[in-house]
Design a protein around this ligand. Sequence first.
Ligand code: XMP
Length: 326
Amino acid sequence: MQGNVRPETMERITTPALAEAFIDQQVRELRAQIGDKKVLLALSGGVDSSVVAALLIKAVGQQLVCVHVNHGLLRKGEPEQVIEVFRNQMNANLVYVDAVDRFLDKLAGVADPERKRKIIGAEFIRVFEEEARKQDGIEFLAQGTIYPDILESDGVKAHHNVGGLPEDLKFELVEPVKLLFKDEVRVVGKALGLPDNMVFRQPFPGPGLGVRCLGAITRDRLEAVRESDAILREEFAKNGLEGKVWQYFTAVPDFRSVGVKDGKRTFAYPVIIRAVNTTDAMTATVEDVPFELLQHITKRITSEVENVNRVLYDLTPKPCATIEWE
Ligand code: XMP
């Protein structure tokens, strides 16, 4: 199998033809490596794990077991899309795990951002481990490691967290896109027939909406984050900002303010909109979203999302703010 260093002679995958050649080669190599054994994959629905799933479906079909863990912190429509694309359209062997209550119970009352991240990561491994133990005859673990993961973090895909499985579940790794950069993974994903909104999606943190429902997560504020994020994404798509702005999302803090609706006093949460551009996520500038569009989004969020009475736009670049709020 390929080593962990990208050869200087390796051509950058920029066209469908180059992607097809890569896919053909990977399918051959994956079949040679896996034979008639079974492979397990944590399929989040993000670009990298989705492309790995599609490659493996092409190479070994039903020998791939995909596990999609819904931890309750995914964006609106994401679990449904994973099921639709992989189970219904690609006929994958997909285990869907509804772990929403389990994660939210573990997170109840926890306000510290790093503790929240640790709980989400640890619980993810535990759920994945339980599912792995239910499967017979697994010999391989597939991961959506990409080249920047190898360059930046010793090959550990922090938000996948599957590196933490116990000793008796140490499978041989299958990492078909580990020498590719993100833009190449997207070209390969497109050639594999994955939908554009899966292939060209903006970055999304592993702990998901958990770090955007600020402080201790509650179900009402989590729903406010999910619903307002869906409105923001819909409006950015409609207004030509999807694919132009690097990352955009909403966050909901854990305090309320006074407002008025239909002549009645309200006491509800604010929604914060963030929209930034960057090349490497180390620094970021704020997108100059047209004021009229911000006003329109504000109107929609305050009338369509429950428990919300204000919308704020975050004007802070990175530094001195980070992109996420936690
Ligand atoms: P910050 O907030 O540090 O974010 O400026 C930089 C980029 O990293 C993403 N991010 C995360 N991704 N797990 C992840 O997988 C995390 O815990 C995490 N925190 C931040 C963030 O969305 C942005 O793209």
